[in-house]
Design a binder for this molecule. Sequence first.
Ligand SMILES: C[S@@+](CC[C@H](N)C(=O)[O-])C[C@H]1O[C@@H](n2cnc3c(N)ncnc32)[C@H](O)[C@@H]1O
Length: 292
Amino acid sequence: MHHQPVMLAEVLSLIETYSRHARILDGTLGLGGYSEAILSRFPASTVLGLDRDEQALNFSRERLKDYSSRFRALHANFGDIAGLDECRDFDAYVFDLGVSNMQLTLPERGFSFQNDGPLDMRMDSSDGKTTAEEILASSTAEDLAKIFWDYGQERYAKLIASAIKKSPAPITTTGQLVKLIRDTLPQPVQRKMGTHPARRVFQALRICVNDEAGELHRLLAGLSEISHEALIIFVSYHSLEDRMVKYSFHEWQTNGKGKILTRHPLTPSEHETEENYKARSAKLRAFSLNTY
Ligand SMILES: C[S@@+](CC[C@H](N)C(=O)[O-])C[C@H]1O[C@@H](n2cnc3c(N)ncnc32)[C@H](O)[C@@H]1O
């Protein structure tokens, strides 16, 4: 599976400069891109990788099997970090938020508007949580419009939500949802969007299905309780997440819990955004906990 880790050079350089780079927690293991680079760059390091997606864990365990003496993967939700004994005492905690390429590419996961598949979108398919299909079926038009606006900044949220609720048959596949959006939005609007007409609705549904804002909130609260020196790094891809990280870092600094290392968020180089479309919206923020 092809995957270019986003802002990897910046992540490695921060770990090198601001931590003892001995014990690293990769809180969003995904396809193991960060973990592999960390294990290879810092030969004395050990890495614990967390993911809520078992497919990602299996893929990365296989990919990183040569490092098995220094690498471990754990099926866990980072929102639970405060209660996980395995997650204590790391020198650096790294989080690369959002979806992995594997989730986006496998049609059966239902994340992609480019492949037809069931409208699922659960990162953790084992936890029995609500799927995107169930959210479309059980929400009112007002609730759907709010989801599309809050999590996708979709300007035509109300129009699309009302078309979904008026659909004569339930929407159960990604293909059906894409077609409905294409049939609903006027052609000139679609031409002016500058992106796939379904992109924002898909993003919003994914964030809602996985309660991504709620989990990030719980993670930030958990990290704020760490009482030893630690480097915290976040790479985020939309303004809602970036704002949450930014406000928490400011609050931590104001409360004397350490210092912000990135006064302004770092962004990928022009070269990286040309090479990797996913990187275009990335923002990196770092905090040094309990150093003064
Ligand atoms: C952008 S990918 C990480 C890619 C990784 N840095 C790499 O280089 O391969 C994000 C990963 O975070 C996982 N994830 C998202 N929310 C999570 C959560 N609350 N707890 C644990 N893992 C989560 C997703 O399942 C996905 O595999």
